[in-house]
Design a protein around this ligand. Structure first.
Ligand SMILES: [Zn+2]
Length: 293
C-alpha cells in the first residue's frame, strides 16, 4: 500500500513522522469551470491534486487539502469566458484579493505546522501562476521559507506538451489520474472551428497513455524540485502567527503590484506576447524543460 500523504487523512503520529522525514508541503489549487462536455468540471484542481499526491508518495512530503475556490470571472477571465460557448459555466470563483490572501495564510500555516519548504501548484493557469509568485515574494520578504509556486504545465517535461485548456494535454492528464472523470464519448461531432463548452478537442486527440507520460514527467520534476527546496531551507522558521499573516496580507494589498490575471485584455496581450515579460518567462520555463528556475 502506498504511504499516506493526504493531510486530512493522517493520524497525528503519521503526520509527525511525515514532517520529520521530509518537511515538504504541497499546496494544490484549481477551480471548477467549463472543460468541454467530456471532462469533469473540476479538472484543474483534481489533476493538480492527484499529481501532488503521486509526487509525495514517490519522494515524501504531505499534500494539503485541495483548494477549489480560485480566480475567475474577473480580469482576463471575463473576455475569455465570452469566447467559450458556455452560458452557464458552473465556476467556483472568488475575488482575486481573497485568493492571494488565502495563499499567504496557507504559507503561514505551513510554517506554523513545522514544514520547511512548500510547492504551491495551480492547475488553473494563464496568469494566476504569476500572481501566486508575486504573493510569494511579499511573504518571503518576511519569512525565508523556500517556495516553488507554479502552474502544473510548467513542470511538464514530455514531448511538446505545455498545458492547454481542456485540450489534448489537460484531458490526457485527467484521463491518466482519474479515468472515471473523462468520457470522450460525450464529445459531439464538430469541426474544431469553435470552442464547445470551453474546449476545441475532437475525438481521438487525447490519450490516456500520453497522460501517464505527461504526469510521470511532472512527478519526477516535483520530487527533484522539492529536494532542492529542502536543501535550501534554513530550518527553524519563526511562525508569524495569525497577526503576522494579517500584516503580510495588508502589506501585499497596499503595494502597487501589477496582478497579471487582473490586466485588461490589451495589457495582458502585450505582457503575454513572445517579447514581453510574460512571454519571456514562458519561454524560459519551456527552455528549462520544467526544471525549477
Ligand atoms: Zn483546465
Amino acid at each position: 500500500m502506498p504511504c499516506k500523504v493526504k493531510w486530512e487523512e493522517m493520524f497525528p503520529d503519521e503526520m509527525e513522522r511525515a514532517i520529520e522525514e521530509h518537511p515538504l508541503l504541497y499546496l494544490p489549487y484549481g477551480m471548477c469551470e467549463p472543460h468541454g462536455f467530456h471532462n469533469a468540471l473540476g479538472l484543474d484542481g483534481i489533476k493538480c491534486y492527484e499529481i501532488c499526491v503521486r509526487a509525495a508518495q514517490e519522494g515524501g512530503g504531505v499534500v494539503a487539502p485541495l483548494t477549489m475556490w480560485h480566480i475567475g470571472e474577473q480580469g482576463i477571465g471575463v473576455p475569455w469566458l465570452t469566447r467559450q460557448s458556455a452560458p452557464q459555466p458552473y465556476i467556483t470563483s472568488i475575488g482575486h484579493e481573497l485568493f492571494v490572501q488565502g495563499l499567504i495564510w496557507h504559507l503561514r500555516a505551513a510554517v506554523a505546522r513545522g514544514f520547511e519548504a512548500v510547492i504551491a501548484m495551480t492547475g488553473h493557469y494563464g496568469g494566476t501562476e504569476c500572481d501566486m509568485r508575486s504573493a510569494v515574494e511579499v511573504f518571503n520578504e518576511r519569512i525565508p521559507l523556500p517556495i516553488w509556486a507554479l502552474a502544473d504545465w510548467e513542470c511538464i517535461d514530455y514531448k511538446q506538451y505545455k498545458g492547454d485548456h481542456a485540450g489534448p494535454c489537460e484531458t490526457s492528464q485527467l484521463w491518466a489520474v482519474r479515468p472515471d472523470l473523462v468520457d470522450v464519448s460525450r464529445i459531439p461531432e464538430h469541426d474544431g472551428s469553435k470552442r464547445i463548452f470551453a474546449s476545441a478537442l475532437r475525438s481521438g486527440e487525447a490519450s490516456r497513455v500520453e497522460g501517464d507520460r505527461i504526469v510521470a514527467s511532472q512527478v519526477r520534476n516535483l520530487v527533484e524540485g522539492g529536494n532542492r527546496l529542502l536543501e535550501q531551507s534554513p530550518g527553524d522558521l519563526v511562525d508569524p502567527g495569525p497577526d503576522g499573516a494579517r500584516e503580510i496580507c495588508a502589506e501585499m494589498v497596499s503595494r502597487d503590484i501589477e496582478w497579471v490575471y487582473m490586466m485588461d485584455t490589451e495589457r495582458h496581450g502585450q505582457y503575454w506576447s513572445a517579447d514581453d515579460e510574460g512571454g519571456k518567462h514562458r519561454a524560459k520555463t519551456i527552455e528549462s524543460h520544467g526544471a525549477m528556475l
